[in-house]
Design a protein around this ligand. Structure first.
Ligand code: SAM
Length: 231
């Protein structure tokens, strides 16, 4: 399968120009020459078979074949609201969320969130692009602006809204229908406060437990996402 590249510019017509990281990788890692075949996508759906037409100092021109309307999205909208961990754990969380098909990641601010754990959005965007190239997604996972917990509760309208909290109901009690949109909320290292759990319940969220062990927040986020994909 040819390597996949991301065009930051929306693709129109029969040519595209790659710049930045993508061109750097082609020019200096792949040592690309005219004629090299690849796949290019612009994150807005679909992908193109393409061929390197011209290599310049910092850009690569592609000539494009027809657009293939291939999508690898979930049959429902899945929002993951999570109090972001720090450093590499954040990268892991973003990468696995993309691989599992999460539609939208919302960095969540809660009473016990660690101040300063949010990385620059450009870094998170880069993680999304790299993971999408690897797993074959042609629509980029959306990165929402950070949201306060109260705002999430008042704005979130998915029919299925689930808060992960140790001691909550068993996952087997959930009966989502196969196309129902869903929103999951995962707390920070210190957990949700009892007040936050009560507010969520009042707002119609279901509280779910993930077994008898306390998971790191990124493990809980990915375990719950995976469990809900296959229910
Ligand atoms: N001492 C904290 C507590 O009791 O909530 C532990 C927080 S845990 C490290 C971080 C987040 O991951 C939690 O707020 C929850 O959303 C999720 N989580 C971790 N283990 C869980 C479990 N066994 N069941 C449900 N959620 C869990």
């Amino acid at each position: 399968m040819p390597d996949r590249y991301y065009s930051a510019e929306p693709i129109q017509g029969t040519t595209a120009t790659l710049a930045g990281n993508e061109a750097h990788h082609l020019l200096h890692v792949m040592r690309a020459k005219p004629g090299l075949k690849l796949v290019v996508f612009d994150g807005q759906g679909g992908e193109y078979e393409a061929e390197v037409a011209k290599c310049q100092r910092s850009t690569v021109e592609l000539s494009l074949g027809p657009k293939n309307a291939i999508e690898r999205e979930l049959p429902f909208d899945l929002t993951l609201a999570v109090a972001l961990p720090k450093g590499d754990r954040q990268r892991w969380l973003v990468e696995k969320s993309v691989e599992l098909g999460v539609t939208r990641l919302v960095p969540l601010r809660t009473a016990r969130s660690v101040v300063g754990s949010e990385q620059a959005s450009s870094k998170l965007e880069r993680y999304v692009i790299e993971a999408s190239k690897q797993c074959g997604r042609n629509c980029l996972m959306q990165l929402a602006a950070p949201q306060d917990f109260a705002e999430l509760l008042s704005q979130q309208k998915s029919p299925l809204r689930i808060l992960a909290h140790p001691g909550g109901s068993q996952l087997s009690e959930l009966r989502p229908n196969s196309t129902e949109n869903r929103c999951l909320a995962i707390g920070p290292e210190g957990g949700f406060t009892e007040e936050e759990v009560a507010q969520a319940n009042t707002a119609g969220w279901q509280t779910v437990g993930l077994g008898s062990r306390i998971l790191r927040l990124e493990t809980a986020a990915i375990a719950l996402t995976a469990a809900l994909l296959f229910r």
